[in-house]
Design a protein around this ligand. Sequence first.
Ligand code: LMR
Length: 397
Amino acid sequence: MFEHVDIYPGDPILTLNETFIADPRAGKINLGIGVYLNEASKLPVMGAVLKAETALLANPGIRPYLPMEGAPSYRKQVQRLLFGADAPALAEQRVATAQTVGGSGALKVGADFLAAYFKQAEVWICDPTWDNHRAIFAGAGFTVHSYPYYSAAIQHVDFAAMQAALNAVPAGDIVVLHACCHNPTGADLSEAQWRELAKTISSRKLLPFFDIAYQGFGGGIDADAFAIRHFVAEGIPLLVASSFSKNFSLYGERCGSLSIVCDDAQEAANVLGQLKAAIRRNYSSPPTHGARIVATVLENPELAADWSGELDAMRGRIQAMREGLYAQLRALRPERDFEYLIKQSGMFSYTGLTVAQVRKLREESAIYLLESGRVCIAALTRETLAPVAAAIAKVLD
Ligand code: LMR
């Protein structure tokens, strides 16, 4: 019956993570998957999360099915975080928000919704982008194209090429944008460039779909939401997929959301209805636990302040690792330019290492990077900096 089923070649991120786990070598270092580790090389349990979870455990309550669109308290907090507590679009009730199974779930529900209501549209993703973007949109039936984004020559965004390409995209097409902490490159647009891009998107009548999986890891909660808030202020209809995996360290709880900013409350109500239909077709309704943790933290001013302070510290640690790796590599290979490490932002940097060099790091030093050359800076520690820098310096030509 199943003879014709193909072998799964694996996922460039999740399968590599499985390979890492199975690697028996002591001292192996995982800089592949995008997770934040603390100085002890462990996934942190944030203090605010622990307090919220302890409170929930003391009063566990019943576990009914959540509504298809998720828990109201969670959805409200998500909106405040993404759009700003005082956003007029929220007061006008023109944002449809659904709780989803992680950021991937948000992209999938969004893609299904778009496939039903924007049948003529095609999807544009940046080159390079998170590996799953193409798969999710193609899987929903879209033709997926890419637009230029990162230039290895300047080790940054080639904004002129990006603008030129998007200026030629047909009206009504969907453009996927990373709101902050670009994955995989760590190279973001400046606020001035976002303003320029908003003009292009608006004049070309394109539909932006923001992916924001690292809010708080770039410049802070509000700074990282700049692009989304600016586009909303400019009156541009848009979609946003968000995730609490990283900024709450709640990876396995699969806490995400999808928001669609509409023209008015009636449109938003209709859109939310169709999101519910898409969710019902996929998984009926989202899980309770992670959403209860997030809502408990964000609804309580004291816990929210604790969380925000912890997030600031995580961001500071990532920055220290960037600077540390930069300093060590510069000392080891002074003839080379590592400026990109301190110019890039968020969890990742794009090292420019080739597939052969990445494989050599894995085989000879048990150091795992993605084969694209993406390194997860947020998984480095003061202890691993020196061996990682030495191994990278050694594999460079
Ligand atoms: C990553 O990019 O490594 C993370 O977002 C994890 C994932 O699901 O790919």
